[in-house]
Design a protein around this ligand. Sequence first.
Ligand code: NDP
Ligand code: 8X3
Length: 267
Amino acid sequence: MTAPLSYDDHMGNLKDKIVFITGASSGIGEATAYAFAAQGARLLLAARRIERLQALQPKLQEKGAAAVHAFALDVRNKAEVEKQLSGLPETWKAIDVLVNNAGLSRGLEKLHEGKHQDWEEMIDTNIKGLLYVIRAVVPGMVARGRGHVVNLGSTAGEITYPGGSVYCGTKAAEHSINDGLRQDLLGTPVRVTSIDPGMVETEFSEVRFHGDKERAAKVYQGLTPLTPADVADAIVWAVSRPVHVNIARVLMTSIDQANSLLFNRKQ
Ligand code: NDP
Ligand code: 8X3
């Protein structure tokens, strides 16, 4: 009979683990930083808006983060991703957990009326950025013999909705990349998880509608969406399973959503 797992065989003890979160300046990424801070992890945070990350730093330490190191990063810039990650201080290089969260949607036009720039921004961030970060971080995990990659998918990657072809396409690509990475890492101890939420109330819709707050608010009107903390909770849960358990995918919605097309809206 196999010996029972010891506590050290669990990522359950997240204290002092290095957790790298992309897109930590807002929404799900920020909530995930708080959730790992509460576990005493060391937080490596990246986003373009460095001033937001700097403002978060003391709050995360107050919540229990063992240390916080923040840097500005545009995941669309391959050279910058490689430079920033290879140039990390020695004490921050051994990343245990990557939360590959940076992402966005732009526009809700019909595909044949869509804007090229919006498409490029979504594809460059959600697909190419996701890949660049994986390429820069995962070899180190393989070499060290430990690690967990959490990619942010979406219900949008499962069922496409009108006006969402390109965003949904990027999240369908995330599913393929997540599954492919898990296959390529078979035989190593590195785990790969996709967290696929439905509607979460963050700055996501404001970004989608290029700053139109009124239109963004309507997206969440008459229903209870998920909160960023709900998603962060699922991420911490997946990461804290025993090290021989790989959660491939967590598909989660609020009680008012069945899939990316069907909602229970009260008004
Ligand atoms: P927010 O807009 O609140 O946060 C997005 C984060 O991504 C910000 O921190 C932003 O930081 C960062 N980001 C965007 N572009 C880049 C870039 N080029 N380089 C680095 N960071 C970038 O949205 P959410 O928290 O909702 O979104 C987070 C992830 O969750 C995304 O991948 C999204 O697709 C996914 N998701 C969201 C859902 C929702 O309903 N909200 C549901 C399912 C999945 P900055 O602008 O400072 O660079
Ligand atoms: C974000 C959720 O339904 O707005 O991925 O596309 S949705």
